[in-house]
Ligand binder design. Sequence first.
Ligand code: NAP
Length: 310
Amino acid sequence: MADKPIRLALVGVGKIARDQHVPALEANPDFELVGCASRHQSLDGVPHAVSLEELLDTGIGIDAVSICTPPQARYEIAAAALRRCLDVMLEKPPGATLNEVAALEGLANAQGSSLFATWHSREAASVAPARDWLSGRRVVRVHIDWREDVRVWHPGQTWIWQAGGLGVFDPGINALSIITQILPQSVRVIDAELAVPENCETPIAASIRMLGDAGAEVLAEFDFLHPGPPRWQIDVECEDGHLRLTRGGAVLEIDGDTPVTAEDREYANLYRRFADLVRARESDVDCEPLRLVADAFLCGRRRTVDAFVE
Ligand code: NAP
């Protein structure tokens, strides 16, 4: 007999919930979207409450929640869901601090719930082929060039400039989620420079120098004031070849050959994986990209720059 659909509620109806989560859920028969919780927004035809607690109190059956709020609001909602023995999927980054994610993982284990800390960029079409190509190769140098116009990609999102919102690391962590997936060695932060606007709490530009444990030099450059089309590119130089990922991991180019583009299935893949975890009663919580950002904040030099005006 086929499994019953997982009855899922979305929490935090904003840009990513509408752009990606709703279409991915609608296309996936493993899930039934039974409700949404958001203070100011709702989805047509979907039962709504202003908070998860109020949604649960209506008595509708909910098996799982997918939390699409900014990171600062994630922990309390996820913890409340886990205490009710629901399964939980977290947008990236999984929390505002490393310890709150560890606490959620412990709670999920204690409750027998599944917790999935997603990294959507790892599901970009060319990330798995890039990892396969790099496997067993000696990496010499990596350059991450991640630039976009915050006014275009995050209009009106004041949370991004508040402590815990990560600033330019909000997109930058996507690149870090990719390199921690594709490189055949782990990396650690050596130093960092953070440019923080005088009216903000988080950086608008940053660079991080990292070192692989097999000696690879890794430089990441993040910029939120990049005009025109975004530039989401990673170059990996090996002893015997060169790999380039562009368009956030969608396109792969090896040794200058014709770039290969595959269909975007990032959120379809995330929900397929979440369904598998729920059915297997397992969790998947990898904090490595968030750990690198935390280390950049710990050892980075701060420079105050001009105020950001939207
Ligand atoms: P958003 O458009 O600002 O939506 C987030 C929603 O969460 C808001 O509309 C808000 O709805 C709710 N919310 C709950 N508590 C909040 C709080 N304390 N402050 C602000 N909003 C709060 O943000 P988003 O772009 O969807 O991003 C949400 C998360 O998804 C972030 O972690 C981001 O990194 C990740 N993400 C975003 C994108 C993207 O392209 N935008 C891509 C991938 C991942 P109510 O006011 O109705 O509660």
